[in-house]
Write a protein that binds this ligand. Structure first.
Ligand SMILES: [Mg+2]
Length: 216
């Protein structure tokens, strides 16, 4: 080789997934995740407190998974795998299918979002959930929301049986339009995925952190 120079070929690989998992776990465990949730929910709280009294029928939209309810346990137990099917044994450090996890109806609240939700209700804001969960999970989802303190909502929109959307936004944005068509003004929409927020039909959008998975 001329000059003895090493000839390491230039690679074009993206970020290492293992490094990304380690960084995401550190972010969760060192409190950064919680602090970022604090920051976003507090910003949303300031906005709705200011805006609620200025519109006739204010409404707020909440996503469910990793917005209202925390899936951290299954994320960690599955080492960031997001396999929908399969059982979810009630044991830690065992692979757990996400659909079965949802049906256990034991997903804990994200406490900052619960505080925001309660504040919205106290302010007289109508509260709506729009989720990518399917209608087949309605019973478990209703029980889970009730058990964690998310009661008294004005609507819970779930993906109809057999429906499939390339992006969650293709389901969620028309659902927000339907809320507006009932005469509400959506002053805030909060979710953990950009696809929760894309497509308009909300005055302000609040994106919670989620480096753990992506919903297109
Ligand atoms: Mg979500």
């Amino acid at each position: 080789m001329p000059g003895g120079a090493s000839a390491e070929p230039a690679l074009h690989q993206p970020a290492n997934v293992g490094d990304a998992k380690n960084a995401a776990t550190r972010y969760h465990d060192d409190g950064g995740y919680g602090r970022d949730i604090d920051a976003v929910t507090k910003a949303a709280g300031r906005w709705i407190a200011r805006r609620a009294g200025e519109v006739a029928r204010p409404a707020m939209v909440f996503d469910i998974d990793d917005t209202a309810l925390s899936n951290w346990q299954v994320i960690e137990d599955d080492d960031y795998g997001r396999i929908i099917g399969g059982p979810c044994p009630a044991l830690p450090e065992r692979a757990c299918g996400w659909a079965a996890w949802d049906l256990r109806a034991g997903t804990p609240a994200i406490v900052q979002t619960l505080a925001l939700y309660r504040e919205a209700k106290r302010l007289g804001i109508a509260v709506f959930f729009i989720t990518g969960r399917g209608e087949s999970q309605r019973g478990a989802t209703v029980r889970n929301l009730a058990a964690t303190g998310f009661g008294g909502y004005d609507g819970l929109a779930m993906v109809p049986r057999g429906a499939h959307f390339a992006s969650a936004a293709d389901f969620k944005a028309p659902q927000r339009a339907a809320i507006e068509a009932k005469g509400f003004r959506i002053i805030a929409n909060i979710g953990d995925q950009p696809s929760d927020l894309a497509g308009g039909h909300a005055e302000r959008r609040f994106l919670l952190p989620n480096p753990f998975y992506r919903i297109p």
